[in-house]
Write a protein that binds this ligand. Structure first.
Ligand SMILES: NC(=O)C1=CN([C@@H]2O[C@H](COP(=O)(O)OP(=O)(O)OC[C@H]3O[C@@H](n4cnc5c(N)ncnc54)[C@H](OP(=O)(O)O)[C@@H]3O)[C@@H](O)[C@H]2O)C=CC1
Ligand SMILES: CC(=O)N[C@@H](CCC(=O)OP(=O)(O)O)C(=O)O
Length: 354
């Protein structure tokens, strides 16, 4: 029998992408969709691409409308999931696409988000290389899961194997990302009008201020835990996102100083060991680097590696679709693991093109 599903924040971009993927999931049946200002409207008015679910009507987002389902996906602005999900029964599997339950350190929450902290949940990046495969163990039979930030997944996936294998210096990491506009959500914001975005590229949250930084540090500390350095690894990353005129996609260029003696062969071996068995992470052959267009609509993250010998740095270029592997795909992948299903159920690998 299929699991009954509710999606909170169904009128937004993350909610819409969850619904697109859930509509073909073999084990899940979407019964309830909720929103805020769009309550009472047909889903099809907000997401005309959702043909089979279009007649569902958006209900109020409350514990009452979400209770009574086997599985609840939450895609609300940060700060809204914590108080709401506290009221849901323990046996309902809840997967949060937002940030409320990602950070294990309460101080990080207060510094980068603010408001009440509602505690960390199992973290939905199954492929993160970590001591004794703890990521998937954490997700198996979890009833509360926090899906990672989209920029975070792009950077953590790209750097974690090198960090886990001790092949780079962790106190000198640099990531510059080209990010699509859908990452900012659907609400109208200053600077997000098409006429202001088209034909321009704009850096934002420059200088160590982006709220995804503590999450990347957390991930890479977990990666370093393979070397027994869980709490002591000195992870320092300079992180700069650049908004570019595309609706979906993230292209992250991450670099790190090589550890003494580390070679390109060592790095390729480490990435092959970390991701060789992963169906949703692809490491490109030498000399090839991914483009965002290759992963749009797909749950795949693709990584190209090079060593800059003069600079003595690893260069890892990663691409993913912020709404699929960066949000909805990761959320569904984690729910599949928690419910004991095939991890890839309902998740496309083939992308859309052009
Ligand atoms: N967009 C992306 O690429 C990614 C998004 N996420 C996370 O997913 C979550 C949703 O993001 P996204 O879909 O982009 O945002 P959107 O702005 O597109 O959607 C927000 C959703 O939340 C609802 N909402 C807004 N205000 C409230 C409120 N006060 N109470 C209850 N519901 C409210 C909106 O309802 P209505 O429209 O009816 O007002 C809408 O359904 C965020 O936490 C975001 O950080 C994570 C990774 C990537
Ligand atoms: C273009 C743009 O603004 N992108 C967003 C993506 C963040 C996101 O959606 O992730 P969270 O779940 O952590 O909020 C940003 O860089 O903040």
């Amino acid at each position: 029998m299929s699991s009954s599903v509710a999606v909170a924040g169904a009128s937004g971009y993350a909610g819409g992408e969850l619904l697109r993927l859930l509509s073909t999931h073999p084990e899940f049946e979407v019964r309830t969709v909720t929103a805020h200002s769009s309550v009472g409207r047909r889903l099809g008015e907000l997401h005309p691409n959702l043909h089979t679910l279009g007649d569902l009507v958006l209900q109020e987002t409350s514990a009452e409308t979400l209770a009574g389902h086997d599985l609840v996906f939450v895609a609300l602005p940060h700060g809204h999931s914590g108080p709401l999900t506290d009221m849901l029964p323990d046996d309902v599997v809840v997967v949060d696409a937002g940030a409320d339950h990602r950070l294990i350190n309460e101080n990080d929450w207060h510094r980068f988000y603010g408001g009440d902290w509602h505690g960390a949940w199992a973290y939905g990046l199954p492929e993160l290389p970590r001591q004794e495969s703890k990521q998937r163990e954490w997700l198996r039979e979890a009833t509360r899961i926090a899906a990672p930030g989209c920029n975070v997944s792009a950077v953590s996936i790209a750097l974690a194997p090198a960090v886990a294998a001790g092949l780079v210096e962790t106190d000198d990491l640099v990531s510059v990302l080209s990010v699509g506009t859908s990452g900012a959500g659907r609400a109208l914001r200053p600077g997000m009008l098409a006429s202001e975005i088209m034909g321009s590229a704009n850096a934002y949250k420059v200088g160590g201020t982006h709220r995804h930084i503590p999450e990347i540090v957390q991930d890479l500390r977990w990666a370093a835990s393979g070397r027994g350095e869980t709490s002591t690894a000195d992870i320092r990353i300079s992180f700069t996102p650049v908004l570019v005129p595309m609706s979906r996609g993230i292209l992250a260029t991450s670099t790190a100083r090589l550890a003494v003696g580390a070679t390109e062969d060592d790095l390729r071996e480490a990435y092959a060991a970390a991701y060789g068995g992963e169906r949703f992470i692809q490491v490109c052959e030498p000399g090839r680097f991914p483009a965002t267009a290759e992963v749009l609509g797909s749950n795949l993250a693709s990584i190209g590696l090079a060593v800059d010998h003069d600079a003595r740095r690893l260069v890892a270029v990663s691409a993913l679709d912020n709404l699929v592997k960066g949000t909805a795909g990761a959320a569904i992948q984690s729910a599949n693991i928690a419910l004991g299903l095939d991890e890839g159920a309902g998740l496309p690998i083939e992308g859309v093109a052009p």
